[in-house]
Design a protein around this ligand. Sequence first.
Ligand SMILES: Nc1ncnc2c1ncn2[C@@H]1O[C@H](COP(=O)(O)OP(=O)(O)OP(=O)(O)O)[C@@H](O)[C@H]1O
Ligand SMILES: [Mg+2]
Length: 237
Amino acid sequence: MFSSKKKQRNAQETTQRASHLISFMNPKSNQAEQFRTIRTNINFAQLEKNVKSLLVSSSIPNEGKSTLTANLAYVMAQTGKKVLLVDADLRKPTVHRTFKLNNTEGLTTLIADEDDSVKFNQVVQYSRELNLYFLPSGPVPPNPSELLGSAKMQSILTTLENHFDLIIFDAPPITAVTDPQILATLVDGVVFVIRQGFVGKDKVKEAILSLQNLKTTILGYVFNDVPKSSGKYYYYE
Ligand SMILES: Nc1ncnc2c1ncn2[C@@H]1O[C@H](COP(=O)(O)OP(=O)(O)OP(=O)(O)O)[C@@H](O)[C@H]1O
Ligand SMILES: [Mg+2]
């Protein structure tokens, strides 16, 4: 049902080289274990809130959002859930690079399709090896905030929520652009990454405050790059 055989093969062959996907490359590592712990914590939060879609964001660039998103999507899919990873970082998309996917079509293709002629399963790609579905960003538009804030985006999310158990969005940082705030109002919850010793407290406060003002549910905080810990990720809710 999903995509062509060629697309499936592309995703399968190339994930073998996805260096950021430590949970897949080295499942016995401390880092992979940390990602599974984060999964457990989110699953607990999910029980209470019935989370179908979540957004991963942070205060500033380079805090490890995309690395977390990719690994989280993978470990969630390992439990047998039908998981879709969406690259909603329309300014600096990386999902297609991490998973070596074709990015000529993606989220932007669906949003820009005014007459609903493109069905989501024509642009979603699947990796049998990872049991993971992908919606790459698609061509980068000049007006990402406008696209993400459109009524079409809302209806796409509703459709996707009907077809997948969990949708995980990779997004830009909160204090840089308004895109993540827009997305935060659409999804069921936000996972907030804080890279320790890298981001200033003021920026973290500013970002969390803006999420609280939107009345979004913050599912939890992931501390990345924690010194003196056995792994590099630490989850706190
Ligand atoms: N704990 C860590 N230790 C060392 N390097 C890390 C760690 N977390 C992330 N990085 C590195 O930081 C860089 C940025 O990571 P990533 O792309 O996941 O961040 P991001 O928050 O998605 O960035 P952007 O805001 O640009 O989208 C990558 O080179 C990644 O390997
Ligand atoms: Mg990123």
